[in-house]
Write a protein that binds this ligand. Structure first.
Ligand code: LLP
Length: 413
């Protein structure tokens, strides 16, 4: 069995199967490029989180799907039916979640650089919780609140615990600076947290939660630092409660993901859930619920992108599989983040005699438009179907029309 195989993607007769169907047949039926998402895989991953909480936590868990990872309507409906909550970051995400049937009470809006217009639209959704990203945001919030007299507006505070973790400097969202020196814009700094709770209440808001999000794409080696951040969160929650703000929920954000790369250790999600459940239980907080905000974990490896090989090109000793899609329009992560790896398999011949070092090149006018660089794989032939794995999260949702190319069709199987 290959390391990347799951019940969603597997091999039969040297060809790739997606949810039990021939990848090449799906490609022929729907055309390439094509995103394929797997319902069963998403539900299985959701169940793993749900079970871990059931096993380790006395408090109910809110599994808030970070819909920025993939706001596909079918995926939203699927998760809503299973009892998921939503982490939304823009008014349009809120609206989409509502349309998919999520009740406002199950939506947390976490904005940054929030505008008057943003606040107007989220305050209008009665029952939703608004996460405060800055002490400096309160004046504007208070001003907009006047347009909603008599309405109780639930708020929580996103604090920055001073530690961040992520697979790339651009995806680390806590700490003072990211690993490349970029100042981190998110959250309220530790010493201002109580003041934000106090002012929020004074201004007539109803403070109900404390939130943190460290970053995205944790691997096994991150576990120690993540545990430290959990400890900090629990200490801060205790401080907040002691100051007179009983918390309804404590939200640890998202960050753990699927296995993108064979050589990287997988983050121990169950141990993490056990750890944070235990830490909260020991602290004797009055919190009624725990929350996490998985994006990548739930949908990352439940999606693939199918591409057709147009021809194989050789130039100055480099071999290119020239495919019928461009990274920016389909799987932009490798073009944006140097450290983003997506495994690529030849769905038409998983193993082949002539192994070669293949660069999978897209159809856009940029050298960075490669899905994978010098990958060891069987020499593709014109008409083969390549599958870019782990394309369920932050692929369609970050795709653009660069070069005036279309964004591919998506199917949920
Ligand atoms: N909660 C908040 C407040 C977030 O900002 C994010 C992601 C999540 C939850 C979900 O994180 P996840 O569980 O998916 O790691 N574009 C990057 C990822 C950026 C994620 C930013 N925030 C990528 O392609 O890897």
């Amino acid at each position: 069995m290959n390391w990347w195989e799951t019940e969603f993607v597997s091999v039969r007769g040297n060809r790739l199967q997606i949810a039990g169907r021939e990848a090449a047949e799906l490609a022929e039926l729907y055309g390439t490029p094509l995103y394929v998402y797997g319902k069963d895989r998403i539900l299985e991953l959701y169940a793993r989180l749900d079970d871990a909480f059931a096993q380790h936590s006395a408090l109910p868990a809110r599994i808030c799907y970070a819909m920025k990872a993939n706001p596909h309507r079918g995926i939203l409906r699927l998760l809503r039916k299973r009892g998921a909550w939503i982490d939304a970051v823009s008014p349009c995400e809120v609206e989409t979640a509502l349309k998919a049937g999520f009740p406002a009470e199950r939506i947390l809006f976490t904005g940054t650089s929030v505008s008057r217009a943003d606040l107007r639209s989220v305050f209008a959704v009665d029952g939703l919780t608004v996460n405060i990203d800055a002490a400096e945001q309160l004046d504007l919030m208070s001003e907009v609140k006047r347009e909603f007299p008599g309405q109780t507006i639930r708020v929580s505070v996103r604090w920055n615990p001073g530690i961040g973790r992520g697979f790339n400097a651009k995806a680390i969202t806590a700490g003072k600076r990211s690993s490349d020196g970029t100042p981190i814009k998110f959250g309220v700094e530790a010493k201002k947290v109580i003041d934000v709770f106090t002012r929020a209440r004074k201004l007539g808001f109803r403070p109900v939660g404390l939130h943190q999000h460290l970053g995205s794409g944790w691997v096994r080696e991150d576990f120690g630092k993540v545990q430290t951040a959990v400890d900090r969160m629990v200490r801060k929650a205790r401080e907040v409660e002691k100051a007179g703000f009983p918390l309804e929920f404590i939200d640890f954000g998202g960050g753990f993901g699927p296995r993108y790369l064979k050589s990287r250790g997988v983050f121990p999600v169950e141990d993490y859930i056990a750890y944070l459940s235990d830490a909260v239980a020991k602290a004797g907080l009055s919190a009624k619920a725990l929350a996490i905000e998985p994006g990548k974990y739930l949908v990352g490896d439940a999606g693939v992108l199918l591409l057709g090989v147009e021809y194989v090109k050789e130039s100055y000793g480099n071999i290119f599989a020239c495919v019928d899609g461009g990274t920016f329009n389909t799987v932009p992560r490798p073009a944006i983040y140097l450290s983003a790896h997506h495994e690529i398999v030849n769905a038409s011949r998983i193993d082949g005699e002539s192994q070669a070092r293949i660069t999978v090149a897209g159809n856009l006018c940029e050298t960075g438009d490669v899905f994978g660089r010098e990958r060891s794989m069987p020499l593709p032939r014109s008409g083969d179907i390549l599958a870019v794995l782990c394309a369920g999260a932050y692929c369609r949702s970050m795709a653009s029309n660069f070069n005036m190319r279309e964004i591919p069709r998506e199917i949920l199987v």
